[in-house]
Design a protein around this ligand. Structure first.
Ligand code: PMP
Length: 428
């Protein structure tokens, strides 16, 4: 029997002192019941929950873990700086090294500014775009996530219409819709925000056609608006440069986060020379933005990105898992949709409108020690060993078997929020 008493106890205690017991994207409120909320430690590609259950982790802390948890050389760099100082009255020299290294890696970038979370970076890019252009409107693809600031949060609670009065939505991968949004903005467009590929929760992912990426750039050029590429989730998981560099598309600004320091809090805005003056004149800061430890970890993380074959290995491992899952699904008679790049996979069952089968299958995997996600894209780390991949595929096969045995008795989605959300999506 899998133990979860400590986790349950913490969840109960949290109910009293943390609103709702938990908040944000790491809340298990929308996940199947067997998903643990609290973890004790992590190493490489593995996680241990507070009850000591071990998992091969396909979420990577929702992105930040790139090279494996507790990576030796990144931890050594962080520890060496921690012994000297972290949050001080000014930054350490690592800030300059980090900016030099980062700018050297990203073709469109001439300068870097650092912050902590992705939302800091996207909001900073928005303010810079307005400061540079003197215009108000920000064009955002409907349903894409750019953070939890008042202008970007997906929830309307506590948000005023005025907070979004100058955000105009268009349909992702639809240049006509972008043209309409430009027309509606009537000459007042400061920036168009773009996600490198479509990675929304609860639905299939879609890689952008080259023509879309080029078209967005062209429209921005025609109206002299800025293109901001949000690389927070995708950065260095698709490429060692900005993702749209593969299409020959250079943004004016790009927002980065998650992987930059392999789990230490660090995010960034990168920009081209012509944005330097705007970046200089806005006021942006935070008590912890200049902390030295994440920047030391970031310098080592970027070195590993430049000097190792992590990307190629991550893709090879991910392709193996994707092929294994496809073969198993077919063998068990299930139709599965695996979308997006294999290193950021979204795995959904076809003919599963309320996701009851996906929920059942991922829960069966979690119970056996493989942490999969039923509705959010997953993240694959190159720290996965051959043994991890083999165990993963053994477990997913068992989960398919269990699903097949129980198929006819699996009831509808019991999570009201998920059911509502899927109802909304189905109706959209
Ligand atoms: N943009 C994108 C594309 C993201 O995926 C996220 C986080 N999931 C953010 C912005 C916001 O980042 P953070 O949660 O670090 O504020």
């Amino acid at each position: 029997m899998r133990i979860n008493s400590r986790n349950r106890e913490l969840q109960e205690r949290a109910q009293k002192v943390i609103p709702g017991g938990m908040y944000g994207h790491e809340s298990v409120a929308l996940l199947p019941a067997d998903f643990p909320q609290y973890f004790a430690r992590a190493e490489g590609a593995k996680l241990w929950d507070v009850d000591g259950n071990e998992y091969i982790d396909y979420m990577c802390a929702y992105g930040p873990n790139l090279f494996g948890y507790n990576h030796p050389s990144i931890e050594a760099a962080a520890r060496a700086q921690a012994a000297l100082g972290d949050t001080m009255t000014g930054p350490s020299e690592f800030m300059v090294r980090l900016a030099e290294d980062f700018v050297g890696m990203i073709d469109h970038a001439d300068w870097a500014m650092f912050c902590k979370n992705g939302s800091d970076a996207t909001s900073m890019a928005m303010v810079m775009a307005r400061a540079h252009t003197g215009r108000r409107k920000i064009l955002v693809a409907k349903g894409t996530y750019h953070g939890a600031s008042v202008w970007s949060t997906p929830s309307p609670q506590g948000i005023l219409p005025e907070d979004r009065a100058h955000i105009i939505y268009f349909a992702y991968d639809d240049l006509n819709s972008l043209h309409d949004a430009v027309k509606a903005a009537d000459g007042d467009v400061a920036a168009v925000f773009a996600t490198p590929f479509r990675h929304e929760v609860f639905q299939d992912q879609a890689e952008p056609p080259e023509a879309y990426a080029k078209g967005v750039r062209q429209i921005c050029d025609e109206i002299d608006a800025l293109l901001v590429v949000d690389e927070i989730r995708t950065g260095f998981r698709l490429a060692r440069d900005c993702s749209w560099a593969q299409f020959g598309v250079k943004p004016d600004l790009s927002a980065w986060g998650k992987v930059l320091a392999n789990g230490y809090p660090l995010s960034a805005v990168l920009g081209a020379d012509r944005l330097r003056a705007a970046a200089q004149k806005i006021f942006v800061t935070g008590s912890f933005w200049f902390s030295a430890v994440p920047m030391a970890a970031g310098v080592e993380t970027l070195r590993l990105i430049r000097e190792t074959d992590y990307l190629e290995r991550m893709i090879a491992i991910s392709d193996r898992i994707r092929a294994g899952l496809a073969a198993q699904a077919a063998a068990h008679g299930f139709a599965m949709r695996q979308t997006g790049p294999s290193q950021m996979p979204q795995v959904l069952f076809a003919d599963d409108p309320d996701m009851r089968y996906g929920y059942f299958w991922t829960e069966a995997a979690v119970r056996r020690g493989v942490y999969l996600h039923p509705y959010h894209n997953m993240f694959v780390t190159p720290a996965l060993t051959d043994a991890d991949v083999e165990k993963t595929l053994t477990v997913t096969d068992q989960a398919f078997e269990e699903l097949k045995r129980s198929y006819s008795s699996i009831g509808p989605q019991t999570n009201a929020v998920v059911a509502t959300r899927l109802g909304i999506l189905a109706a959209a």
